[in-house]
Design a protein around this ligand. Sequence first.
Ligand code: PBG
Length: 331
Amino acid sequence: MTGTYPHTRLRRTRATAWSRALHRETVLTPADLIWPLFITEGEGVEQPIAALPGVSRWSVDLIVERAKEAVDLGIPVLALFPHTQPERRSEDGAEALNPDNLMCRAIRAIKAELGDRIGLLTDVALDPYTSHGQDGLIDDAGYVLNDKTVEALVGQSLNQANAGADIIAPSDMMDGRIAAIRDALEDAGHINVQIMSYAAKYASAFYGPFRDAVGSRGLLKGDKKTYQMDPANTEEALREVEMDLAEGADTVMVKPGLPYLDIIRRVKDTFEVPVFAYQVSGEYAMIEHAVAAGAADRDAMVLETLTAFKRAGASGVLTYHAPHAARLLRG
Ligand code: PBG
């Protein structure tokens, strides 16, 4: 046979569903998902979040129900975020250290019901607790002070670990916090509490709906560019990851998700450690608004984007679509 026909037909293996299934390189399962949940005060309370259509804040009793739902769906981990009452916010975010704050009560309630049947990842940063909405302690000019903030974050981490958190996830981007938190956890005997560092976290336009969800949007003055990374940078992301691993992070995260798949891939290839991606609130909202406008098929978009993270090298994904995706994957 010369010339007339292609000998190699890549379409051959794509021709049928069974063959596509056989040749699929990347497999997504519910165990790849981490479900972020927002907690609010009260009992029997569900508060829909307008900026995140389909996502609600739940009171502690109903968060426990969501945790049971996650177990039933095969989702291994929840990421918890508190919506702190405005009167409990302060300049120094001291509520983060209160052993009876919303976060700690939610952790204890879930663990009392489910124990190790679910993992709990808790965000470490002061923004849900500060009156100015920054992730750390500020000076008179509004600059976030690194070393003082790290001291507060250590206290916040211990507070969460004492309540029963399984994975401490610092999202604050201060320098040196991983080592400080690891030392404190070891000293306190929390040797098996993991640290998933938000190692490469960018100063992104995609966090808007989240700031509504935790109630810090109206409070935040200025931006977070003196600590979160410039979206233009890659080398710096590798240095951030290298430092956090050297300081004792078990796993690292890249955030946001889809616009930063290249960073996930470079981190994975460079360090060969578990890398997680956060498909953030703005990404979720883009999909939901496109679906509402009749411009997109939700199920297909959810599975395609989540598969893309795994293809890029992620071990798992934090996504507000987690329960929906898990249902789709379980058929
Ligand atoms: C707080 C924090 C943020 C997110 C997770 N932890 C917001 C921010 O840095 O302003 C964003 C998550 C999302 O947008 O879904 N440090």
